[in-house]
Design a protein around this ligand. Structure first.
Ligand code: ADP
Ligand code: MG
Length: 360
């Protein structure tokens, strides 16, 4: 087990990086606590796989260090790091049976046969492979093969960290949910550090205790799923997490009061907004209500989302504001007003939460 520290880490695939865009990973400085369940979440190309490969030792970073429990591992090879890594696409031995594939990482380390058998049955059960243990791996479907890959990643119980790189991409949707909850359950049981890479917010939020949200090679916010939902540090977080994402409305500050057009809006961080920059109010659809006073809007569209409805409105200046309405709520058919829950309404300056971190 290990605490993993990224110290001034950066990586460029090109030899002489000049511009920020030349770096696949911008400067990263943070720690994965021992035993935590982490998700690395972000759009395709933001650097997730690059970071995993640096942690596992498949890639040496252009700059900075990777430490395991304070020990510099930056240039040590993968075997010295004692890590299990599950890739996006199956990596298995086609000529072996499923059982032999699952047993391989243990046999390789000289684990006693009885123990191998017990571990393999347990992991086969978990990954739904029990019936296929004696079949040749080459005969399995793509998702069957990926289950073997997952199983091989999970079979050792002595690794420092288990890393998954979008492991459910080729898995059938109904199995995805099942495997994801099993991974979560496994994390609780074996208490190993796990890092789960995905571009899917639902996967990240259901698996992880802490989510590391990445964009353009940098970390935008690290927090619990609730923190990312209730208190986005950047408008990107508000937009990327949530469905629909956070509403953003250009605003100005009149002294300590935020204004959208002529309407004053109570916001949680009014006192900490410094002058300058492009200001926007961020408010999630979950915290917007129809009201007798507040921001004047017209209802333009009502979309049924099953257990609730998504209502789309437009302000007098042409900005869209979405809100959620239960199936029982009455939705006004024309001009109405909206109120925002002030505890969850905040001003962002040039994208960053005003008054904090890079928005200070
Ligand atoms: P993600 O896993 O989040 O989709 P990657 O880490 O694969 O992102 O890629 C980050 C950036 O680095 C992208 O711009 C990608 O094109 C680039 N990149 C990834 N692998 C290589 C490589 N082997 N050579 C050059 N550029 C690469
Ligand atoms: Mg990737």
């Amino acid at each position: 087990m290990a605490r993993i520290t990224l110290d001034n880490l950066g990586h460029a695939y090109m030899p002489n990086p000049v511009n920020p865009a030349d770096w696949a990973l911008q400067q990263l400085d943070f720690e994965f606590d021992d035993g935590g369940a982490y998700a690395l979440l972000g759009p395709s190309g933001c650097g997730k796989t690059t970071l995993l490969n640096i942690i596992s030792g498949l890639l040496v970073p252009s700059r900075g260090r990777v430490l395991f429990d304070g020990e510099d591992m930056t240039t040590r090879d993968p075997t010295a790091r004692n890590i299990a890594q599950v890739f996006q696409f199956p990596v298995i031995y086609d000529t072996m049976t499923v059982r032999q594939n699952l047993a391989f990482p243990l046999r390789n380390r000289g684990v006693p046969a009885a123990e191998i058998e017990a571990r393999v049955s347990e992991i086969a059960e978990m990954t739904d492979l029990t019936e296929m243990l004696d079949r040749r791996a080459s005969g399995l479907t793509a998702d069957g093969k990926q289950k073997i890959s997952l199983g091989r990643g999970l079979v050792r119980d002595d690794v420092n960290v288990i890393m998954f790189d979008e492991p459910l991409t080729v898995i059938d949707p109904h199995l995805k949910w099942q495997l994801r909850s099993k991974l979560k359950e496994l994390h609780r049981r074996i208490d190993r550090t796990m890092i789960y890479v995905t571009h899917d917010q639902i996967e990240a939020l259901t698996f992880a205790d802490r989510v590391v949200l990445m964009k353009d090679g940098g970390v935008v916010q690290i927090g619990t799923p609730v923190e990312l939902f209730e208190r986005p540090a950047h408008t990107f977080v508000g937009h990327f997490i949530g469905s629909p994402g956070m509403n953003l409305l250009p605003c100005i500050m009149a002294g300590d009061t935020a204004m959208i057009g002529d309407t004053p809006i109570a916001v949680a961080n009014a006192a900490s907004v410094k002058p300058g920059g492009a200001l926007e109010i961020g408010i999630r659809p979950e915290f917007v209500r129809f009201a007798d006073s507040g921001l004047p809007v017209q209802v333009t569209r009502v979309m049924n989302a099953g257990r609730y409805r998504i209502v789309e409105t437009v302000t007098q200046t042409g900005e869209t504001v979405k809100l959620l309405a239960s199936n029982e709520d009455e939705v006004p058919s024309e001009a109405t007003r909206l109120s925002f829950d002030p505890a969850f309404t905040r001003v962002y300056r040039d994208g960053w939460l005003a008054g904090e971190g890079r928005g200070a």
